[in-house]
Design a binder for this molecule. Structure first.
Ligand SMILES: Cc1cc2nc3c(=O)[nH]c(=O)nc-3n(C[C@H](O)[C@H](O)[C@H](O)COP(=O)(O)O)c2cc1C
Ligand code: SF4
Length: 447
């Protein structure tokens, strides 16, 4: 039984001009009682307001704050931005006593291996805008922003969608569009708050969290754009409908960005709990789960696992924002990891000593390990430096980077043995995991 629906996805920054429907477009049963895709149009095409309202009807405003929160709690919706935090708890904290908060939809998607938020915003902008408005109503806010990956065509499309809704008099509040810099960390919530307040997109030490003091010093609710789209559907169809996909503990569907070993990339909407083997074409020597702050798993192990945090967390991995990549048999996993870690080290915001000094050392040592005849102490150095940077930053960048490095040392242990003897199982050095062509090195790019 099929658990997911495949959507065509133009690469980051390469939006398809024609929006032609894919050969396999059409709803499919998700294997758990509900049709997928829920969030994306079944036939990808510009989802104008008329088509959106025909498919979903008007956003079901409740007429007062808080009324939606019980449904979100019963649905068991968790954040799709990476941490899977229960959404109702954030809404309830914001709807409590205090000045009205700012509400921000987070579509920065700084992770180079992820395209699901760009796809969602491109194909279903009105669902995200419904979710933003409904979340704002739920917490009693009329100050709304949408923070998006920098891309002129995406910006224009969203600007047009916002104008369409204003002309139709659909919503109570106006939505401001803000572009995120092309940085890995731009979507971290304190970096987001800094950028939207008019400063650089730099992470800050917490507390205060954005929920306490965020945009312009105001309490700020930050939700991933996919979370908001799910919320817009829960408001319409209720918690029981939402739970008809997924597992009891991790309900609903999610968007995932898949990198197949043959180089093909796509965004799918799938039920939580779907076997990874149904999403990736396996076998593969190793599978990267959760993106560049995620973890490698041996391919044979990943092949047996469902896409849930319950299954992945005991192995040091997590669903995260839904990136899955199957390492091709002709690539060296150490070399792939070394390229990514070099990129991550360059993306350090340079504010915290252990991160700023430690990540380049780790990247250098990993590059040595990925080459022939590394010095014998390199692996021990890597372990030691990883221990020194983990948990020592204003944000989770060092922790996420170290998670990736440690998983590579484990999963590619046999490969490390080959390199120690001057050989490598990789037969091509062509890069597999996507990275920005030229990582921006200019500090002004934070803004
Ligand atoms: C380094 C780093 C980068 C992040 N980048 C993003 C991002 O691009 N988009 C996003 O929605 N959340 C990102 N997050 C998570 C946000 O900080 C925040 O938790 C999230 O937007 C909350 O939304 P959610 O609860 O709906 O997932 C990032 C977190 C970290 C630590
Ligand atoms: S931990 Fe690293 S990336 Fe995060 S704020 Fe500090 S220096 Fe920047």
């Amino acid at each position: 039984m099929t658990h997911h629906a495949t959507l065509p996805m133009p690469g980051p920054g390469q939006w398809a001009a024609g929006d032609a429907p894919p050969p396999d477009a059409g709803r499919q049963d998700d294997g758990h009682g509900g049709p997928l895709p829920r969030l994306m149009p079944a036939r990808p095409a510009p989802a104008g307001l008329t088509e959106h309202l025909t498919r979903f009807g008007a956003p079901p405003y409740r007429g007062a704050p808080r009324r939606l929160i019980g449904d979100v709690e019963a649905a068991g919706l968790t954040g799709r931005g990476g941490a899977a935090f229960p959404t109702h708890r954030k809404l309830a904290a914001m709807a409590g006593r205090g000045p009205a908060p700012v509400v921000i939809g987070n579509g920065a998607e700084g992770e180079p291996a992820s395209s699901k938020d760009k796809s969602l915003l491109w194909y279903s902008p009105h669902l995200v805008l419904d979710g933003l408005q409904l979340a704002a109503e739920a917490v009693g806010s009329a100050t709304i922003g949408l923070y998006i990956h920098r891309n002129p065509r995406l910006y224009e499309r969203l600007e047009a969608a916002i104008a369409e809704r204003a002309a139709a008099g659909l919503d109570a509040a106006r939505v401001e569009l803000i572009e995120a810099p092309h940085r890995f960390l731009a979507g971290e919530e304190s970096a987001l708050a800094g950028r939207i307040s008019g400063g650089p997109a730099l992470p800050r030490f917490k507390p205060p969290r954005a929920s306490q003091r965020g945009v312009a010093g105001r309490r700020t609710l930050v939700q991933n754009v996919e979370t908001l789209a799910h919320l817009a559907l829960i408001a319409r169809y209720g918690p029981g409908w939402f739970r008809s996909a997924g597992t009891p503990d991790e309900p609903g569907s999610m968007l995932a960005t898949l990198h197949q070993a043959d180089g093909r990339m796509g965004v799918v909407e799938t039920a939580l709990g779907t076997p990874i083997a149904e999403l990736l074409r396996l076998p593969a020597p190793a599978v990267l789960v959760g993106g560049y702050h995620g973890a490698w798993l041996p391919g044979a192990q990943a092949e047996l696992l469902p896409l849930t945090n319950a299954a992945l967390r005991p192995l040091g991995a997590a669903v995260g924002a839904g990136v899955l990549a199957a390492l091709p048999g002709d690539r060296c996993g150490l070399a792939e990891t070394a390229r990514v870690v070099r990129y991550l080290a360059l993306e350090s915001a340079g504010q915290c000593g252990p991160c700023f000094n430690g990540l380049p050392r780790i990247a250098g040592a990993l590059a040595e390990l990925a080459g022939p005849w590394p010095r014998p102490q390199v692996q021990a150095d890597l372990q030691r430096w990883s221990g020194l940077v983990a948990g020592r930053g204003a944000c989770h960048h060092p922790d996420g980077t170290v998670r990736l490095v440690r998983s590579a040392l484990q999963v590619f242990a046999a490969e490390i043995g080959h390199h120690a003897h001057g050989s490598c199982t990789g037969t091509t050095s062509r890069p597999f995991l996507p990275l920005p062509a030229e990582p921006p090195l200019d500090d002004t790019d934070w803004e």
